[in-house]
Every structure is written in C-alpha cells, then in structure tokens.
Design a protein around this ligand. Structure first.
Ligand code: URA
Length: 219
C-alpha cells in the first residue's frame, strides 16, 4: 500500500472519531484519530495460542507500510535478542499497544511521535481482544507505553517493574526496555546493557513457560 503523503494537521480539521465505537476490523477503527494519517492498522502476528506475547508501543514507518509489527530496525534487534534468548520468533505472538503509526513530518520523513495516553486507552480495545483470543501465559512489555497499556495504569514506571514477574489478570507480565532504546540510547554502554536486559527478559519468559509445561506433564 502506498503511504499517504505527509500532511500537517490544521488545528480546525475534524477527524472522524468515536471513542465508544466497537469496530469489527482495524481498518474500520475510529476510536481515536490516529487512523487518519496511517497507511493501515497493524494488528498482532503469531500463533493463535502462543504461550508468550510481546507488546511494543506502536508500528513504526516500516510496519505502517508493511502491515506487520516489528519488521523495521527495532524488529531486527528484537530478532537478534530472541535468537540469543533461545526463543523462536515464530512461536511468539508479537503486537503493539497502539495499532496505528503516529507520526509527524520532518522534511520528507515521517518521524515517530509517542502516542498520547488517551490513544493508548482507546486502543486497549484491540489489545484486550488479542489477550483474550491468544491467552498467553507470559506477556513481555517492551517499554513504558506497553506496560501502561497492559496494567491499565498510566502512572506505572518501567523501572519499578524490571526484574519482577507481575501477576495480572491470570498471566505473568515481565517488563523490559523498548528495542528502540537499545538501538538509540546515546552511549554504547547503555545500549549494550539495554540489549542484555531484553535478552535476559525473553529468556526469563521462556523459562517460566517451560517450568509451567513441565509442571503440567508431571501432574
Ligand atoms: N516499534 C514498536 O513499538 N513496534 C513496532 O512494531 C515497531 C517499532
């Protein structure tokens, strides 16, 4: 699909929005205004009943064009981290807290813009549907937006959840850095540490799932 040309929203432009809407498909979604400037909605991808779900923030430029989550630079870092943690990407359900790319024009480029909390809240409708349908044992929050969406609390701080397994609505939530932080943090040492933390968190997700499976077999 060809991306729309960068458009600078005029303050008086009214974008069709209905926060109470219960759309059947992402393309019909008008729960927040982000649908307007995105190429398409990007839903989660992965096995119907994956034991592990990973939740990022929102699609980036590449994801918006391709219609799949984590296929750009952050996705490549995530692929490396998954490999190092011994987790096969094809076994994991990969999604985002927000399903449309929020961006602002800079020259000819579309620059990522952090979604507002009301947009994250509006999109919880879709995350909820994915959580219910897939019913993962462990959910890995990649960054603060994902953690807030998962715990339905705009005030949680990512650093308070590092290295902890949080039980929430019958599943285990683990939190780590967003892969973009491991790509773009200003110094090498910070990037390395963030990457190692992502690998460690994914390995922990795998360990929890395996422990549970072996417990089931022993029953
Ligand atoms: N960043 C995200 O949070 N999600 C993606 O799908 C890509 C980049």
């Amino acid at each position: 699909m060809t991306p729309r040309r960068p458009s600078v929203p005029k303050p008086d432009r009214r974008i069709e929005t209905d926060p109470a809407q219960r759309p059947g498909t992402l393309d019909e979604c008008r729960r927040c205004p982000l649908w307007h400037d995105a190429t398409q909605g990007v839903g989660g991808v992965g096995p119907a009943h994956a034991a592990i779900m990973m939740v990022g923030e929102q699609p980036g430029d590449s994801e918006d064009r391709e219609g799949r989550p984590f296929v750009g630079p952050a996705g490549r870092l995530l692929d490396d981290a998954l490999r190092e943690a011994g987790v096969t990407r094809g076994t994991v359900f990969v999604t985002n807290a927000v399903k449309h790319f929020k961006w602002e024009p800079r020259g000819k480029r579309r620059m990522h813009k952090t979604p507002a909390q009301r947009e994250v809240d509006a999109c919880r409708y879709w995350l909820e549907r994915e959580l219910t349908r897939v019913s993962p044992r462990v959910v890995v929050a990649l960054g603060s937006t994902a953690l807030k969406a998962l715990l339905q609390d705009a005030h949680v701080r990512l650093q308070d959840y590092f290295g902890k397994a949080t039980a929430y609505e019958g599943r285990t939530i683990l939190a780590t850095w967003h892969p973009s932080y491991a790509l773009r943090a200003p110094d090498t040492e910070t990037r390395k540490r963030a990457y190692a933390d992502i690998v460690g968190t994914l390995a922990e997700a795998k360990r929890i799932v395996e422990e549970r499976e072996s417990g089931k077999k022993a029953d």
